[in-house]
Every structure is written in C-alpha cells, then in structure tokens.
Ligand binder design. Structure first.
Ligand SMILES: [Zn+2]
Length: 478
C-alpha cells in the first residue's frame, strides 16, 4: 500500500535491465486507464496490461475489496488473463505494464510466468519489489529472464495515487451511488442524545456503505453493552439506558443498522437481506474486537442479534433481551406481526414519530420527532419498506435456518447470564411471544415485566438498565 506523498517515481532508470521502448508510454496510458477505473470502484488505483507482439492480450485493475481477494492486484489479474488468452501459464515474450512498482507477490508471479519484461510507472517505497524495498528481479538465482523498466509516466501514476488518497483523507467515507445519506443537520440537538458519531465503511460486507455507531465509555470497561435496535428505530432508542450503563462503569456500543439512523440508506429495498445485515454485524463486532459483551436486543435487534453469539461465544458474557423473537419459519407469524406488516405495506409513508407517540404518552413531541430524523423523505425509507417483509416466515426463507441454529444455541450451549424484560402493552412481540422465547434461553430467570411499556421497551429503559447493571456486574471480570 502506498501512502500519499510517498510516490516519487523517475528514480529507477539506473538499475534497469531493459531499454525504454517508444511504445512504452502508449501501453502505460492503457494501464493508467485501468487504474482510473479501479479508483472509481473505490480500489487503490493501480492498473496493468499485458502485451505480446505489440498487441494487448490482457488487462487488470486492482480489486481486492470488490473480490474479497488479497491477491487481486492489477498485475495478478492481468497475468491470469494473459495466461488464459495464450492457453499457457508461461508468458514468454510478454511485457507487463503496471502503473505502480510491483510488490513481492506480483514480482514473484511474473518470475514464475517467465515474463520477458515488466514496465512500471511510479516507484513504491513501501512495498516495491523491483528495487525500492527489495529487488527480486536483481537476484541471479531467481531471475534469468525478466527485464525491468521503471519510471514510465511515473508522474501521472503518482498523481493518480496521491489524488485518490487525498480524497480519502478529505472524505474518508465516500457515498456510494446507490446510497443516500441523511444530512447531519437532521441530527442536530436531538433531546437526550449528546453523543458524537463514529463511522465504519471498510468492512468487507459493508463494501463502502457508511455505518454509524455510538461508542462511549472506556475500552477497558468490564462490560461492553452492545445495543441493537430494530425497525423503524435507531440508536436513539437507547438514550435512556446508555447513561445508566455508563454510570455503572460500562462501555456502550450502539450501531445503527444500514438503512436506519445515521447509517447510509440504500436506495433500493433489495439491498436489504437478513444474511447481509447479520454478516455486517458479525464483521462490525470483529472489527471493534468487542469482548465481555452483554448483548442488548429488541425487535430486529433480536431477530438478527440473537443469531450472533453462537458465531463467537467467547466474546459474550450476557444477554439482555426485550420484546423480540427468533424467526425460524417453523411457527406461524403472530397476528400482531401480520397486522404490522400489512400496515407497513398499505401505508409506506407512515409517520414514525406518531408510532412512538401512540404507545408512549411520556415522550415529548421532540423526542418522538427524533425518530423521523433519519428519514427526511421517501427515498430514505427503503429499509422501512424492506424489513417487515424480511422476517423469515417459512423454513427456507433467508435467515430461518440460522435462527433455528440460534434457538438450539440458546437452549443448550449458552453459558452466559441472561435477563429478559417484557413490555406488556406490545401487540406484536409482547408477553406470549416472549414467554415462548424465554423457554428457549437456558437458565434465563423469571422475566422483568413492564406493564406500562409497549413494543419500544427502551422508552422505559432506565429501570431495566439499572436492573441489568446489578444483574450482570456480579458475573463481569474485574
Ligand atoms: Zn502486487
């Protein structure tokens, strides 16, 4: 990887084995076009072409992010293409043009392919293996055939890289073309929500989608409260519980699912799938390396979240579960849920603030309005349209099998502490649904009942958070 300002170029002519060719600049321009295409896909801009007998036989651009492939450097892609085109993995008589000095992996591949010549643009003082850090091509024992020419259109190649990294510094989370981003102004001065945003966009599953999360408290805290919201809420839902967790000495991590809160909003409903959201959360937990986690879930936070601990049980010490379920597709969905799904389908523009106001007379108008903040218009609401239909209804629906596995995990393999709180006014995921879930959670004590609370139990969350702090602190490491 090249860092900005470190691409110098033009200093590599002295050690070269081959002589410049008048066509070099021509083919390097083609490689530069590949590099630009890589940049447009959000990849580090490096491009390559392979030429034989004056003809381009293969092209390649850097694509490790898109391909989830650490070996997908431009040169490797081009070498593979050339071998396919020739029907021979030996690329004798071929020249590879690449905009940046090749790394050790790519140089090794070129030597294995018995490439006749490699021509590169900018030097790479970080990982260059054609003279900058090491010179694999200069080893008599390794190399009998590949000539090297550097510095061809080095300034153009270097400028492309510098520009790319500069833009990354100025705008570290560029917006995907198929995404919308709620303006920051929508989130200014929301009541009871003073915490600064944190973003991540470079998880493999995110593929550039910018995901927001809160991260408060010490990283060395004995408990990390991982708070997962559902549809149509966002991390704002935990604002009454977060201060209690923090006062108890804990760390709080509260992500907004993609499509919700301060996270990017896909324009298309089809971007949302159960498996994808689950994968994003798994990678997010890995990236933050969360440990001593008490998983705090409700609604979709539970549908997705309850499937997470079995993937890395050593990270979790507890479960705080509020109105939610595991949708295995084996039981019919509750009449309450079906009514909710129908309401969402028939009124796709329903007022989210009113939904909260209805069950929560204690909330102020500004607090209710904060639930509309992420959705300034219809375009931002694809997740609201997608999620109700995404609940697994049949055993072969996406998410059903993993939910079934999770059920087995909670009933027989879970060794952590659990606490359940039930909002009894919830017509969708209320006490009957929660009693069924309770039976599947090993050693879960008698639930805490909240007669005033509805579906969004967290709006009565202080008492739950206080009970949870005493319940889980006993088992937390010191
Ligand atoms: Zn490489």
């Amino acid at each position: 990887m090249v860092l900005p300002g470190e691409v110098s170029g033009l200093t590599y002519t002295r050690q070269m084995l081959s002589v410049p060719d008048h066509d070099d600049a021509h083919f390097m321009r083609l490689a530069l076009a590949e590099a630009r295409a890589a940049a447009e896909s959000g990849e580090v801009p490096v491009g390559a072409v392979v030429v034989k007998d004056g003809r381009v036989i293969a092209t390649g651009r850097n694509a490790p992010i898109e391909g989830l492939d650490p070996t997908a450097h431009a040169e490797i892609v081009a070498l593979r293409g050339a071998a396919q085109a020739l029907g021979n993995y030996r690329l004798e008589g071929c020249t590879l043009y690449v905009t940046l000095e090749p790394c050790a992996m790519c140089s090794g591949a070129m030597l294995h392919a018995r490439l006749a010549r490699v021509v590169f643009g900018a030097a790479d003082p970080k990982t260059g293996a054609a003279g900058s850090v090491i010179n694999l091509f200069g080893h008599e024992q390794l190399n009998h055939q590949t000539g090297v020419q550097g510095g061809v259109l080095a300034d153009e190649a270097g400028e492309l890289l510098r520009g790319f990294f500069k833009e990354r510094r100025v705008n570290p989370h560029p917006l995907r073309e198929d995404a919308l981003r709620t303006p920051d102004a929508c989130f200014a001065d929301l009541p009871g929500y003073p915490w600064p945003p944190h973003y991540v966009s470079d998880l493999p599953a995110l593929n550039g989608w910018r995901m927001h999360h809160l991260d408060e408290g010490s990283r060395q805290a004995p408990i990390t409260w991982l708070c997962l919201h559902g549809n149509p809420a966002w991390s704002y839902l935990y604002r009454k519980m977060i201060p209690v967790f923090l006062a108890g000495g804990g760390r709080v991590v509260a992500p907004d699912l993609i499509g919700f809160g301060r996270s990017d909003k896909p324009k298309k409903e089809s971007a949302h799938t159960f498996s994808w959201h689950r994968q994003v959360l798994l990678e997010f937990i890995e990236r933050l390396d969360l440990r001593n986690v008490v998983l705090v879930v409700q609604d979709w936070g539970g549908l997705l979240g309850l499937t997470l601990p079995m993937a890395a049980p050593e990270r979790y010490l507890g479960l705080l579960v509020m109105n939610t379920t595991l949708a295995t597709g084996e039981e019919p969905l509750s009449p309450g849920f079906l009514a909710w799904r129908t309401m969402c389908a028939e009124n796709p523009a329903f007022d989210v603030a009113r939904l909260f106001a209805r069950g929560n007379p204690q909330m102020s108008a500004d607090e209710c309005a904060a639930y509309n903040a992420p959705f300034p218009d219809k375009g931002h609401r694809a997740a609201l349209r997608a999620f109700p239909a995404m609940v697994p209804e049949h055993p072969d629906d996406d998410g059903a099998a993993i939910s079934h596995e999770a059920q087995a995990f909670w009933s027989s393999a879970w060794t952590g502490q659990s606490l359940m709180a039930i909002g009894q006014q919830d017509p969708v995921l209320g006490e009957p649904v929660m009693r069924a879930l309770h039976r599947s959670i090993r050693r879960c004590p008698e639930p805490m009942l909240l007669p005033q609370a509805g579906h969004f139990v967290q709006e009565h969350g202080e008492a739950i958070a206080q009970a949870a702090v005493s319940h889980f602190s006993a088992g937390a490491p010191r």
